[in-house]
Design a protein around this ligand. Structure first.
Ligand code: DON
Length: 573
């Protein structure tokens, strides 16, 4: 019995309401997965291809798409669309994200489909007449939404895919139309958001029912299925124009929302130049601004690389301390210097230069905590819900996608008649200098609201090569904890020699400059806490940090792990 739990964890759901007639109607995905009976697989080895993401049904769909001749891009599209149905807290068509990928010909691509501020947005839109920030407006309801980017992102990825789009979207349509059984975690999550759904909607969304949800119930989303059909038949215009666009704007007018038909029609995904750097034999590719993920990761890894402290090993006080101090300094720079590069001159060259980074950590004192009040953003002379998908295919394509509505279920407003949740991403702007957003992140002018501007993100999809060959695909949700989770998961493999299951699931810690505290997960060892406190660190416990999906390619095997903090699951062949 024990063996079953070593590296290969399977959780079998009890199925209470299998609907035979739905199964008969089950189209594309019916040949692929059984939405009424599925299992979670946490850690596996495959020979050809692998997926890790937040839901077993979506992972299985991605693996099957690749079995049927699709590549990792095909799988990425099908998985994102499936997650928009089976993982409504974060999977989305009403949000945005970032994709970074490496093709077999070594070409690296980075697609930015982050939401943008609507045309009628302005810097002070979340301030009351006395200048106080009204965070309830940036965090929930119609005014909290940026113009969604996910569908534009998916169509920007399509030229790299092989299969017909209609095949890729059909599993999602079927899951929405015929339903799927929910887990206990999902039931609890829907139940605890019931009041917020009622408050933020003028009609009753599919997520609300009179009695409580329980594990094994079937969730059907017929309006979402209709929207997906419009996208299947009309492409991106099925979302950004016509019926869906009209429904989004009508929903905005039910409250104080400001997204217009013009905003939707004008939305464009952007191709970005990835950030990349060496760490030992590894070459790491991260996402550049408007995400802070890549630059924070680069700074943290470079600050600890080759130090005597890091060589002391996993969970040693020395290695942990230098990682905390690297986190503190990188996050100070985030608050001061980072924003949408199309609107703000981000000093990316300096922030990523060896000289700057060496100088930034030069005041590190072993055994003594720095103080965030003393660590400002560096001086530059030059000018809990998101979801991650890691995929690897048999030709060596690596695809890493992080996508989000921002908070769990985003703005909690479902577009009436269209069945999908809108994001609350406007909260990722700095609504007022120095006022913390829902993740405690502060910012200033670099991340102020401007119409058409992308709000700063922490999302950090990453791909890694080793000696020029595919090595790691990784990423996670977690708001501002995203770069630290990716940092620690990567260090766990590269520096501390762990397998993917341990790398992802070992307890994590997080420092983001302000507040000046180290957050730690419950399993963070007491002895380590006792070593850090006398150095001057304030330690604060927190439920969980990250929900990381990692693929490691080594010795001709694909090793893949899904985070045990959620219903996440891997699939492959
Ligand atoms: O882009 C960002 O940084 C945030 N909107 C991510 C939100 C998130 O990860 C929530 N998940 N737990």
């Amino acid at each position: 019995m024990q063996k079953v739990f070593i590296g290969f964890f399977v959780f079998i759901y009890s199925i209470s309401n299998v609907c035979a007639q739905h199964k008969t109607n089950w189209l594309g995905a019916g040949k692929i997965v059984d939405p009424y009976q599925y299992t979670q697989v946490k850690h596996e080895f495959y020979n050809n291809a692998a997926v890790s993401c937040a839901h077993p049904l979506a992972s299985l769909i991605g693996a099957q798409i690749m079995k049927q001749g699709g590549n990792a891009f095909d799988a990425g599209i099908a998985v994102q669309l499936a997650l928009a149905v089976v993982y409504p807290a974060a999977g989305n068509i009403g949000g945005g994200g970032f994709l970074i990928a490496r093709k077999p010909n070594k070409e690296i691509i980075a697609i930015d489909y982050r939401e943008v501020a609507p045309g009628n947005a302005n810097k002070d839109m979340y301030l009351d007449k006395d200048g106080n920030a009204q965070l309830e407006l940036s965090q929930s309801g119609r005014m909290a939404s940026g113009v969604p980017g996910t569908i534009a992102g998916i169509f920007s990825t399509l030229p790299s895919a092989k299969l017909n789009f209609k095949l890729l979207i059909q599993p999602a349509i079927d899951l929405a139309k015929f339903g799927y059984v929910i887990t206990e975690r999902e039931a609890n999550s829907l139940n605890s958001n019931k009041n917020a759904f009622i408050k933020n909607n003028s009609h009753t969304p599919a997520f609300v029912k009179s009695i409580s949800w329980k594990a094994g119930d079937t969730l059907m989303q017929p309006e979402l299925a209709e929207t997906l059909i419009l996208i299947r038949d009309n492409g991106a215009k099925g979302f950004y124009e016509g019926e869906t666009a009209k429904l989004i704007v009508a929903e905005m007018k039910q409250g104080n929302g400001i997204i217009s038909l013009e905003d939707l029609k004008n939305y464009k995904a952007k191709i970005r130049v990835p950030l990349s750097f060496d760490y030992g034999d590894y070459h790491i590719y991260g996402f550049p601004p408007p995400s802070s993920g890549g630059i924070i990761l680069l700074q943290m890894m470079k600050m600890v690389e080759k130090t005597a402290n890091i060589k002391k090993g996993f969970q040693s006080p020395e290695a942990t301390q230098i990682m905390i101090e690297a986190e503190r300094r990188a996050y100070a720079d985030r608050a001061e210097h980072l924003g949408d590069p199309d609107f703000w001159k981000v000093p990316i060259k300096t922030l990523s230069s060896d000289a700057y980074i060496t100088n930034r950590i030069s005041d590190f004192t072993p055994g003594k905590a720095s103080k965030s009040v003393d660590i400002k953003g560096g001086v530059i002379k030059e000018s809990e819900e998101t979801t991650h998908i890691s995929i690897y295919d048999k030709d060596g394509t690596m695809v890493s996608i992080t996508t989000t509505l921002n908070g769990g279920y985003g703005s909690k407003t479902v577009v009436g008649g269209a069945g999908f949740l809108m994001n609350n991403e406007m909260d990722d702007f700095s609504v007022k200098p120095g006022v913390a957003n829902m993740f405690g992140a502060v910012g200033g002018e670099a991340n102020a609201i401007v119409p058409g501007k992308r709000m700063l993100s922490s999302m950090c999809p990453v791909i890694v090569t080793k000696n020029g060959k595919p090595a790691i695909v990784v990423g996670t949700p977690g708001g501002t904890t995203i770069p630290t989770s990716v940092f620690q998961s990567l260090m766990n493999v590269i520096e501390f020699g762990m397998n993917t299951d341990d790398a992802v699931n070992q307890p994590k810690f997080h420092h983001q400059h302000l507040p000046d505290e180290v957050y730690f997960e419950p399993k963070f060892p007491e002895s380590l806490r006792n070593a850090l406190i006398p150095m001057g660190y304030k330690l604060t416990s927190r439920a969980s940090i990250g929900k990381t999906e990692m693929i490691l390619i080594q010795n001709n095997k694909i090793e893949v792990a899904a985070d045990r903090r959620g219903d996440d699951s891997v699939a492959g062949f």
